[in-house]
Write a protein that binds this ligand. Sequence first.
Ligand code: ADP
Ligand code: MG
Length: 409
Amino acid sequence: MTSPDWLESWSTEEGAHRVEMLFAEVFDDGDAPDGVWSAPGRVNLIGEHTDYNAGLCLPTALPHRTYVALRRRDDDVVRLVSAQAPGQEWTTRLADVAPGAVSGWGSYVAGVAWALAQAGHAVPGFDAVVDSCVPFGAGLSSSAALECAVAVALDEVAGLGLAADDAGRAELAAACVRAENEIAGAPTGGLDQAASLRCSEGHALLLDCRPGLSPLESATPVPFDLEAADLTLLVVDTRAEHQLVDGQYAERRATCEKAAELLGLSALREIPARSLPGALDALAPHDPDGVLRRRVQHVVTEIERTAEFADLVRAGRLDDVGPLMLASHASLQLDYEVSARELDLVVEAATRAGALGARMTGGGFGGSAIALVRKDDVDAVVATVQAAFDDAGLRAPGFRLAPPSAPAA
Ligand code: ADP
Ligand code: MG
């Protein structure tokens, strides 16, 4: 069998060099960019499909980042080039950006400028180039990495000063969520943007997605010292492409909202785990095929697992989180029905080869899975997963290491 495909992250220097070179090539008027900014993709340790249910999630930032070289303009024109979208230079005027008015990859970028303006900030036009080692649609949130890199860039060139503290970063994250929901048209919750802007190196971030919380209440850094525990977080990219905008994600979200409404709640978060049986009984008359039951069961139990996971991490008991990861995966597979054959295969093979736990990460339907692995077992887990894909006739997966890394800057 061929050797495993390790997908390395770029150093900050390499990322900056790439976008500076591309900027000089594309905008060849001799004026340099005002700077280079970058933002990470993320993995979610646990707490999947809970953000839009006002629940808990526990992401870490990846070492893999999206880089932006950006220069402010004196007018309201936006010109964009991405190394990942060759031949798709994207241009607009900020005045023309509105929900439903723009499409394509640049809508994630222009949407951030629009959302900041909606929040009352004066945002100029800009020229920007993008390059990234965060893959599209691999469940690692390339969309948020792009939005958040642009957000910190605009924050600096417009002199907003929001990136200086966590409260300001929460504001930037909110603008990125509006960009994705209202301008790019993807109805995602807030997990990805909060992770990219508010995580910190060596930590996971416990996010509480209830609306109206203060920044201090909504995000709590939890030390996540894999090194000290001799553990590695392995990310397996199944290369089975997910597509969040194809309606499945929106359908899951709408089902959760309907269930909450039937129960007279504003979000499923309001159901404590001990009240789950009663809530399911109350839904039964509206639920002939049991879909509502399965979706609600996932959300409520997943929120509880996330709280337990965070407690174990806080207590330094990283060795004990594996069963929660496996339970999360089973719940996503069987109750929420967002897994994929490739994701199930990673979880099964990784566990067989000695991983402490494994689960799909991100929205699902393809994308990536994570495995928590003792350092000494990494090679065996990688080889076993690779062999399982080979035996199943699947394209070879890609592997990444995910030490908890730094936020957008
Ligand atoms: P992911 O799970 O990777 O976030 P999404 O479907 O949410 O998947 O977002 C992927 C989309 O984000 C791409 O199709 C593209 O429109 C945009 N995008 C992300 N990163 C880049 C980039 N580096 N250059 C251009 N567009 C990007
Ligand atoms: Mg995304």
